[in-house]
Design a protein around this ligand. Structure first.
Ligand SMILES: CC(=O)SCCNC(=O)CCNC(=O)[C@H](O)C(C)(C)COP(=O)(O)OP(=O)(O)OC[C@H]1O[C@@H](n2cnc3c(N)ncnc32)[C@H](O)[C@@H]1OP(=O)(O)O
Ligand SMILES: O=C([O-])CC(=O)C(=O)O
Length: 371
Protein backbone atom coordinates (compact mmCIF):
# COMPACT_ATOMS: atom_id res chain seq x y z
CA UNK A 1 0.00 0.00 0.00
CA UNK A 2 1.20 3.53 -0.67
CA UNK A 3 -0.29 6.68 0.84
CA UNK A 4 -1.08 10.05 -0.70
CA UNK A 5 -0.87 12.58 2.11
CA UNK A 6 -4.00 14.70 2.29
CA UNK A 7 -5.47 12.65 -0.61
CA UNK A 8 -3.85 15.15 -3.00
CA UNK A 9 -4.81 14.49 -6.60
CA UNK A 10 -7.04 11.52 -5.71
CA UNK A 11 -10.29 11.45 -7.70
CA UNK A 12 -12.78 10.15 -5.14
CA UNK A 13 -16.12 10.55 -6.93
CA UNK A 14 -17.86 11.58 -10.12
CA UNK A 15 -19.94 14.74 -9.95
CA UNK A 16 -21.81 17.01 -12.33
CA UNK A 17 -22.18 19.93 -9.91
CA UNK A 18 -18.99 21.97 -10.32
CA UNK A 19 -15.61 21.54 -11.94
CA UNK A 20 -12.11 22.99 -11.73
CA UNK A 21 -10.29 22.35 -14.99
CA UNK A 22 -7.09 24.23 -15.87
CA UNK A 23 -7.81 26.66 -13.03
CA UNK A 24 -11.24 27.47 -14.51
CA UNK A 25 -14.24 27.02 -12.17
CA UNK A 26 -17.69 26.19 -13.50
CA UNK A 27 -21.02 25.41 -11.85
CA UNK A 28 -22.84 22.79 -13.96
CA UNK A 29 -20.80 23.98 -16.93
CA UNK A 30 -21.39 27.72 -16.43
CA UNK A 31 -18.28 29.84 -15.93
CA UNK A 32 -17.93 31.43 -12.52
CA UNK A 33 -17.11 34.78 -14.16
CA UNK A 34 -20.47 34.84 -15.97
CA UNK A 35 -22.35 33.79 -12.86
CA UNK A 36 -20.55 36.31 -10.64
CA UNK A 37 -21.31 39.14 -13.06
CA UNK A 38 -24.89 38.25 -13.91
CA UNK A 39 -26.71 35.88 -11.63
CA UNK A 40 -28.58 36.05 -8.37
CA UNK A 41 -27.69 33.63 -5.58
CA UNK A 42 -31.16 32.07 -5.96
CA UNK A 43 -30.35 31.26 -9.61
CA UNK A 44 -27.14 29.59 -8.50
CA UNK A 45 -28.95 27.53 -5.85
CA UNK A 46 -31.37 26.32 -8.53
CA UNK A 47 -28.49 25.61 -10.91
CA UNK A 48 -26.56 23.55 -8.38
CA UNK A 49 -29.62 21.54 -7.37
CA UNK A 50 -31.04 20.99 -10.86
CA UNK A 51 -27.98 21.32 -13.16
CA UNK A 52 -29.86 23.87 -15.27
CA UNK A 53 -30.64 27.57 -14.97
CA UNK A 54 -34.22 28.27 -13.85
CA UNK A 55 -37.02 29.76 -15.91
CA UNK A 56 -38.60 32.89 -14.38
CA UNK A 57 -41.42 30.73 -12.94
CA UNK A 58 -39.00 28.26 -11.40
CA UNK A 59 -36.95 31.09 -9.95
CA UNK A 60 -40.02 32.80 -8.46
CA UNK A 61 -41.15 29.51 -6.92
CA UNK A 62 -37.74 28.87 -5.35
CA UNK A 63 -37.59 32.43 -3.99
CA UNK A 64 -41.06 32.02 -2.48
CA UNK A 65 -40.19 28.60 -1.01
CA UNK A 66 -37.02 30.00 0.54
CA UNK A 67 -38.85 32.98 2.00
CA UNK A 68 -41.63 30.86 3.48
CA UNK A 69 -39.09 28.56 5.16
CA UNK A 70 -36.95 31.24 6.80
CA UNK A 71 -38.74 31.40 10.13
CA UNK A 72 -36.91 29.54 12.89
CA UNK A 73 -38.61 27.36 15.51
CA UNK A 74 -38.94 29.40 18.71
CA UNK A 75 -36.87 26.76 20.51
CA UNK A 76 -33.82 27.64 18.37
CA UNK A 77 -34.12 31.30 19.36
CA UNK A 78 -34.57 30.28 23.01
CA UNK A 79 -31.52 28.04 22.70
CA UNK A 80 -29.40 30.87 21.27
CA UNK A 81 -30.53 33.06 24.17
CA UNK A 82 -29.67 30.40 26.72
CA UNK A 83 -25.89 30.64 26.69
CA UNK A 84 -23.22 33.33 26.90
CA UNK A 85 -22.80 34.27 23.24
CA UNK A 86 -19.83 36.51 24.04
CA UNK A 87 -17.70 33.40 24.60
CA UNK A 88 -19.11 31.25 21.79
CA UNK A 89 -17.80 31.27 18.23
CA UNK A 90 -20.70 31.74 15.79
CA UNK A 91 -19.54 28.70 13.79
CA UNK A 92 -19.95 26.55 16.91
CA UNK A 93 -23.37 28.06 17.52
CA UNK A 94 -24.31 27.50 13.87
CA UNK A 95 -23.13 23.88 13.97
CA UNK A 96 -25.30 23.23 17.03
CA UNK A 97 -28.33 25.16 15.77
CA UNK A 98 -28.32 23.34 12.42
CA UNK A 99 -28.06 19.99 14.17
CA UNK A 100 -30.90 21.09 16.45
CA UNK A 101 -33.11 22.03 13.50
CA UNK A 102 -33.21 18.32 12.66
CA UNK A 103 -34.97 17.70 15.98
CA UNK A 104 -37.89 19.89 14.88
CA UNK A 105 -38.28 18.31 11.45
CA UNK A 106 -40.60 15.29 11.48
CA UNK A 107 -39.07 14.28 8.12
CA UNK A 108 -35.47 14.44 9.37
CA UNK A 109 -34.89 10.72 8.89
CA UNK A 110 -37.09 10.27 5.79
CA UNK A 111 -34.80 9.21 2.97
CA UNK A 112 -37.00 9.70 -0.09
CA UNK A 113 -36.02 12.28 -2.72
CA UNK A 114 -38.99 14.59 -2.19
CA UNK A 115 -38.42 14.78 1.57
CA UNK A 116 -34.70 15.40 1.04
CA UNK A 117 -35.45 18.24 -1.38
CA UNK A 118 -37.84 19.80 1.15
CA UNK A 119 -35.10 19.58 3.77
CA UNK A 120 -32.68 21.22 1.35
CA UNK A 121 -35.00 24.24 0.89
CA UNK A 122 -35.64 24.45 4.61
CA UNK A 123 -31.92 24.35 5.52
CA UNK A 124 -30.92 26.84 2.83
CA UNK A 125 -33.66 29.18 4.05
CA UNK A 126 -32.98 28.84 7.76
CA UNK A 127 -29.20 29.01 7.79
CA UNK A 128 -29.19 32.76 7.08
CA UNK A 129 -31.84 33.28 9.77
CA UNK A 130 -29.66 31.44 12.31
CA UNK A 131 -26.56 33.52 11.54
CA UNK A 132 -28.52 36.78 11.67
CA UNK A 133 -30.37 35.78 14.86
CA UNK A 134 -27.08 34.84 16.55
CA UNK A 135 -25.56 38.20 15.68
CA UNK A 136 -28.55 40.18 16.91
CA UNK A 137 -29.03 38.23 20.13
CA UNK A 138 -25.32 38.68 20.87
CA UNK A 139 -25.85 42.43 20.57
CA UNK A 140 -28.77 42.24 22.99
CA UNK A 141 -31.31 42.83 20.20
CA UNK A 142 -34.32 40.82 19.06
CA UNK A 143 -34.09 38.75 15.88
CA UNK A 144 -35.73 40.36 12.85
CA UNK A 145 -38.21 38.44 10.68
CA UNK A 146 -37.41 38.31 6.93
CA UNK A 147 -39.25 40.69 4.62
CA UNK A 148 -41.27 39.46 1.65
CA UNK A 149 -40.06 40.72 -1.71
CA UNK A 150 -36.39 41.00 -0.75
CA UNK A 151 -33.81 38.78 -2.39
CA UNK A 152 -31.96 36.15 -0.35
CA UNK A 153 -28.89 38.41 -0.05
CA UNK A 154 -31.00 41.46 0.86
CA UNK A 155 -32.99 39.52 3.43
CA UNK A 156 -29.82 38.28 5.08
CA UNK A 157 -28.61 41.87 5.53
CA UNK A 158 -32.09 42.96 6.59
CA UNK A 159 -32.30 40.27 9.28
CA UNK A 160 -28.74 41.09 10.38
CA UNK A 161 -29.04 44.87 10.60
CA UNK A 162 -32.77 45.42 11.04
CA UNK A 163 -32.95 47.89 8.15
CA UNK A 164 -33.22 47.57 4.41
CA UNK A 165 -29.75 47.41 2.86
CA UNK A 166 -28.44 49.69 0.12
CA UNK A 167 -28.30 48.29 -3.43
CA UNK A 168 -24.52 48.25 -3.38
CA UNK A 169 -24.47 46.19 -0.18
CA UNK A 170 -26.94 43.71 -1.62
CA UNK A 171 -24.89 43.47 -4.81
CA UNK A 172 -21.72 42.76 -2.83
CA UNK A 173 -23.29 40.09 -0.62
CA UNK A 174 -25.08 38.48 -3.58
CA UNK A 175 -21.80 38.25 -5.47
CA UNK A 176 -19.98 36.82 -2.47
CA UNK A 177 -22.72 34.20 -2.05
CA UNK A 178 -22.50 33.27 -5.75
CA UNK A 179 -18.70 32.96 -5.58
CA UNK A 180 -18.65 30.74 -2.48
CA UNK A 181 -21.53 28.43 -3.40
CA UNK A 182 -19.69 25.33 -4.56
CA UNK A 183 -16.17 24.14 -5.17
CA UNK A 184 -15.89 20.55 -6.33
CA UNK A 185 -14.60 18.18 -3.67
CA UNK A 186 -13.26 20.64 -1.08
CA UNK A 187 -12.81 19.42 2.50
CA UNK A 188 -16.26 20.35 3.84
CA UNK A 189 -18.09 18.99 0.80
CA UNK A 190 -16.11 15.76 1.00
CA UNK A 191 -17.00 15.58 4.70
CA UNK A 192 -20.70 15.97 3.87
CA UNK A 193 -20.48 13.23 1.25
CA UNK A 194 -18.59 10.83 3.53
CA UNK A 195 -21.21 11.38 6.21
CA UNK A 196 -24.29 10.80 4.06
CA UNK A 197 -22.68 7.91 2.18
CA UNK A 198 -23.35 5.91 5.37
CA UNK A 199 -27.02 6.76 4.61
CA UNK A 200 -27.08 9.16 7.50
CA UNK A 201 -29.52 12.07 7.15
CA UNK A 202 -29.23 15.52 5.54
CA UNK A 203 -28.97 17.38 8.89
CA UNK A 204 -26.05 15.16 9.91
CA UNK A 205 -24.34 15.80 6.56
CA UNK A 206 -24.66 19.58 6.87
CA UNK A 207 -23.63 19.59 10.53
CA UNK A 208 -20.47 17.64 9.61
CA UNK A 209 -19.75 20.00 6.72
CA UNK A 210 -20.06 23.10 8.94
CA UNK A 211 -17.63 21.46 11.36
CA UNK A 212 -15.08 21.01 8.57
CA UNK A 213 -15.57 24.50 7.13
CA UNK A 214 -14.84 26.03 10.54
CA UNK A 215 -11.12 25.16 10.43
CA UNK A 216 -8.55 27.85 9.55
CA UNK A 217 -7.09 25.85 6.67
CA UNK A 218 -10.54 25.99 5.01
CA UNK A 219 -13.41 28.46 5.51
CA UNK A 220 -12.04 29.70 8.83
CA UNK A 221 -9.23 31.45 6.94
CA UNK A 222 -11.31 34.53 6.04
CA UNK A 223 -11.71 35.59 9.68
CA UNK A 224 -7.95 35.06 10.24
CA UNK A 225 -7.13 37.21 7.20
CA UNK A 226 -8.90 40.16 8.83
CA UNK A 227 -7.20 39.44 12.16
CA UNK A 228 -3.86 39.57 10.37
CA UNK A 229 -4.71 42.81 8.50
CA UNK A 230 -5.85 44.38 11.77
CA UNK A 231 -2.62 43.39 13.49
CA UNK A 232 -0.58 44.81 10.59
CA UNK A 233 -2.55 48.03 11.01
CA UNK A 234 -0.82 50.21 8.40
CA UNK A 235 0.22 49.58 4.79
CA UNK A 236 3.92 50.19 5.52
CA UNK A 237 3.96 47.43 8.13
CA UNK A 238 2.68 44.78 5.73
CA UNK A 239 5.90 43.48 4.17
CA UNK A 240 7.99 43.31 7.38
CA UNK A 241 5.07 41.50 9.09
CA UNK A 242 4.67 38.95 6.30
CA UNK A 243 8.42 38.46 5.93
CA UNK A 244 8.60 37.61 9.63
CA UNK A 245 5.73 35.13 9.24
CA UNK A 246 7.51 33.40 6.38
CA UNK A 247 10.81 33.38 8.29
CA UNK A 248 8.96 31.68 11.16
CA UNK A 249 7.44 29.19 8.68
CA UNK A 250 3.93 30.42 9.51
CA UNK A 251 1.18 30.16 6.94
CA UNK A 252 -0.27 33.39 5.61
CA UNK A 253 -4.04 33.03 5.75
CA UNK A 254 -5.92 33.46 2.49
CA UNK A 255 -2.90 32.39 0.44
CA UNK A 256 -2.30 29.11 -1.37
CA UNK A 257 -4.62 26.43 -2.62
CA UNK A 258 -4.56 22.68 -3.03
CA UNK A 259 -5.90 22.75 -6.60
CA UNK A 260 -5.24 26.17 -8.16
CA UNK A 261 -1.74 26.84 -9.44
CA UNK A 262 -2.03 30.08 -11.44
CA UNK A 263 -4.75 31.67 -9.32
CA UNK A 264 -8.20 31.28 -7.80
CA UNK A 265 -10.67 32.66 -10.39
CA UNK A 266 -12.97 33.88 -7.60
CA UNK A 267 -10.31 36.08 -6.02
CA UNK A 268 -10.28 38.72 -8.79
CA UNK A 269 -14.00 39.40 -8.31
CA UNK A 270 -13.54 39.84 -4.58
CA UNK A 271 -10.43 41.93 -5.16
CA UNK A 272 -12.39 44.31 -7.39
CA UNK A 273 -15.18 44.53 -4.84
CA UNK A 274 -12.65 45.12 -2.07
CA UNK A 275 -11.10 48.01 -4.01
CA UNK A 276 -14.49 49.60 -4.68
CA UNK A 277 -15.99 49.13 -1.23
CA UNK A 278 -12.93 50.12 0.78
CA UNK A 279 -12.56 53.23 -1.38
CA UNK A 280 -16.22 54.10 -0.94
CA UNK A 281 -16.05 53.72 2.83
CA UNK A 282 -12.74 55.55 3.19
CA UNK A 283 -10.87 52.41 4.25
CA UNK A 284 -8.60 51.90 1.23
CA UNK A 285 -5.73 50.87 3.49
CA UNK A 286 -7.19 47.36 3.86
CA UNK A 287 -7.20 46.93 0.10
CA UNK A 288 -3.74 48.47 -0.37
CA UNK A 289 -2.33 46.27 2.37
CA UNK A 290 -3.92 43.17 0.86
CA UNK A 291 -2.46 43.93 -2.58
CA UNK A 292 1.03 44.30 -1.09
CA UNK A 293 0.72 40.96 0.71
CA UNK A 294 -0.67 39.22 -2.37
CA UNK A 295 2.20 40.48 -4.54
CA UNK A 296 4.85 39.61 -1.95
CA UNK A 297 3.58 36.05 -1.46
CA UNK A 298 3.28 35.53 -5.21
CA UNK A 299 6.86 36.72 -5.73
CA UNK A 300 8.43 34.92 -2.78
CA UNK A 301 6.38 31.73 -2.48
CA UNK A 302 4.69 31.48 -5.89
CA UNK A 303 1.34 31.14 -4.14
CA UNK A 304 -1.93 32.76 -5.30
CA UNK A 305 -4.54 34.48 -3.15
CA UNK A 306 -7.56 32.25 -2.57
CA UNK A 307 -11.26 33.10 -2.16
CA UNK A 308 -10.82 33.86 1.55
CA UNK A 309 -8.24 36.62 1.07
CA UNK A 310 -10.18 39.55 -0.39
CA UNK A 311 -13.53 38.43 1.03
CA UNK A 312 -12.15 39.60 4.40
CA UNK A 313 -11.81 43.27 3.43
CA UNK A 314 -15.10 43.10 1.49
CA UNK A 315 -17.06 41.94 4.56
CA UNK A 316 -15.17 44.32 6.83
CA UNK A 317 -16.07 47.29 4.66
CA UNK A 318 -19.72 46.22 4.82
CA UNK A 319 -19.47 46.60 8.59
CA UNK A 320 -19.82 42.88 9.27
CA UNK A 321 -18.30 41.54 12.49
CA UNK A 322 -15.18 39.51 11.76
CA UNK A 323 -16.29 36.24 13.34
CA UNK A 324 -19.36 36.23 11.08
CA UNK A 325 -17.21 35.92 7.94
CA UNK A 326 -17.02 32.10 8.07
CA UNK A 327 -20.73 31.70 8.94
CA UNK A 328 -21.49 33.77 5.80
CA UNK A 329 -19.34 31.35 3.84
CA UNK A 330 -21.53 28.56 5.27
CA UNK A 331 -24.73 30.42 4.28
CA UNK A 332 -23.50 30.25 0.70
CA UNK A 333 -21.76 26.86 0.69
CA UNK A 334 -24.77 25.06 2.16
CA UNK A 335 -26.22 25.28 -1.37
CA UNK A 336 -23.28 23.26 -2.70
CA UNK A 337 -23.25 20.83 0.24
CA UNK A 338 -26.95 20.13 -0.32
CA UNK A 339 -26.39 19.55 -4.04
CA UNK A 340 -23.59 17.09 -3.24
CA UNK A 341 -25.64 15.31 -0.58
CA UNK A 342 -28.52 14.82 -3.02
CA UNK A 343 -26.08 13.62 -5.69
CA UNK A 344 -24.45 11.21 -3.24
CA UNK A 345 -27.83 9.66 -2.32
CA UNK A 346 -28.69 9.25 -6.02
CA UNK A 347 -25.78 6.91 -6.66
CA UNK A 348 -24.50 5.92 -3.26
CA UNK A 349 -21.68 3.71 -2.14
CA UNK A 350 -20.08 3.80 1.30
CA UNK A 351 -16.88 5.90 1.27
CA UNK A 352 -14.24 3.96 3.12
CA UNK A 353 -10.60 4.33 2.11
CA UNK A 354 -7.70 2.45 3.72
CA UNK A 355 -4.85 3.52 5.99
CA UNK A 356 -1.31 2.25 5.75
CA UNK A 357 -0.48 0.95 9.24
CA UNK A 358 2.91 2.25 10.45
CA UNK A 359 2.64 1.39 14.17
CA UNK A 360 4.35 -1.44 16.06
CA UNK A 361 3.61 -4.93 14.79
CA UNK A 362 2.35 -7.95 16.75
CA UNK A 363 3.31 -7.03 20.29
CA UNK A 364 2.83 -9.52 23.07
CA UNK A 365 0.07 -8.61 25.52
CA UNK A 366 0.96 -8.35 29.21
CA UNK A 367 -1.61 -8.15 32.02
CA UNK A 368 -1.69 -4.72 33.67
CA UNK A 369 0.19 -5.83 36.81
CA UNK A 370 3.15 -6.93 34.67
CA UNK A 371 3.54 -3.64 32.72
C1 LIG B 1 -12.02 28.17 0.90
C2 LIG B 1 -10.74 27.56 1.16
O1 LIG B 1 -10.68 26.56 1.85
S1 LIG B 1 -9.37 28.19 0.39
C3 LIG B 1 -8.04 27.81 1.49
C4 LIG B 1 -8.15 28.57 2.77
N1 LIG B 1 -6.99 28.34 3.65
C5 LIG B 1 -6.02 29.23 3.83
O2 LIG B 1 -6.01 30.30 3.25
C6 LIG B 1 -4.94 28.83 4.80
C7 LIG B 1 -3.56 29.10 4.25
N2 LIG B 1 -3.24 28.20 3.17
C8 LIG B 1 -2.84 26.91 3.42
O3 LIG B 1 -2.70 26.49 4.56
C9 LIG B 1 -2.59 26.00 2.24
O4 LIG B 1 -2.16 26.73 1.12
C10 LIG B 1 -3.81 25.14 1.88
C11 LIG B 1 -4.32 24.41 3.12
C12 LIG B 1 -4.95 26.01 1.36
C13 LIG B 1 -3.44 24.13 0.80
O5 LIG B 1 -2.53 23.35 1.36
P1 LIG B 1 -1.68 22.16 0.68
O6 LIG B 1 -2.04 21.94 -0.70
O7 LIG B 1 -1.83 21.00 1.60
O8 LIG B 1 -0.22 22.73 0.75
P2 LIG B 1 0.77 22.53 1.95
O9 LIG B 1 0.18 23.01 3.23
O10 LIG B 1 1.28 21.13 1.90
O11 LIG B 1 1.89 23.56 1.53
C14 LIG B 1 2.88 23.31 0.50
C15 LIG B 1 4.02 24.29 0.74
O12 LIG B 1 3.57 25.60 0.53
C16 LIG B 1 3.66 26.36 1.73
N3 LIG B 1 2.43 27.10 1.89
C17 LIG B 1 1.18 26.74 1.50
N4 LIG B 1 0.32 27.68 1.82
C18 LIG B 1 1.01 28.66 2.43
C19 LIG B 1 0.65 29.88 2.99
N5 LIG B 1 -0.63 30.29 2.99
N6 LIG B 1 1.60 30.66 3.54
C20 LIG B 1 2.88 30.25 3.53
N7 LIG B 1 3.29 29.09 3.02
C21 LIG B 1 2.37 28.30 2.47
C22 LIG B 1 3.78 25.33 2.84
O13 LIG B 1 4.41 25.85 3.97
C23 LIG B 1 4.57 24.26 2.16
O14 LIG B 1 5.91 24.65 2.10
P3 LIG B 1 7.11 23.59 2.29
O15 LIG B 1 6.93 22.63 1.14
O16 LIG B 1 8.31 24.44 2.23
O17 LIG B 1 6.86 22.95 3.61
O1 LIG C 1 -11.48 23.67 -2.84
C1 LIG C 1 -10.85 23.80 -1.80
O2 LIG C 1 -9.98 22.99 -1.40
C2 LIG C 1 -11.10 24.95 -0.92
C3 LIG C 1 -11.87 26.05 -1.57
O3 LIG C 1 -11.33 26.86 -2.29
C4 LIG C 1 -13.30 26.09 -1.36
O4 LIG C 1 -13.86 25.22 -0.69
O5 LIG C 1 -13.95 27.02 -1.87
Amino acid sequence: MSTTKGLEGIVATESSISSIIDDQLTYAGYKIDDLAENSSFEEVIFLLWNKKLPSQDELDRLAEDLFSNMELPGEIIQHLKSYDLSTVHPMAALRTAISMLGLFDPEADEMNEEANKRKAVSLQAKISSVVAAFARIRQGKDPVAPKQGLSYAANFLYMLNGKEPKDLEVEAVNKALVLHADHELNASTFTARVCVATLSDVYSGITSAISALKGPLHGGANERVMKMLTEIGEVDNAIPYIKKMLDNKEKVMGMGHRVYRTGDPRAKHLKKMSRELTELTGQSKWYDMSVKIEEYIKENKGLPANVDFYSASVYHSLGIEHDLFTPIFAVSRVSGWLAHILEQYENNRLIRPRAEYVGPKLQSYKPVEER
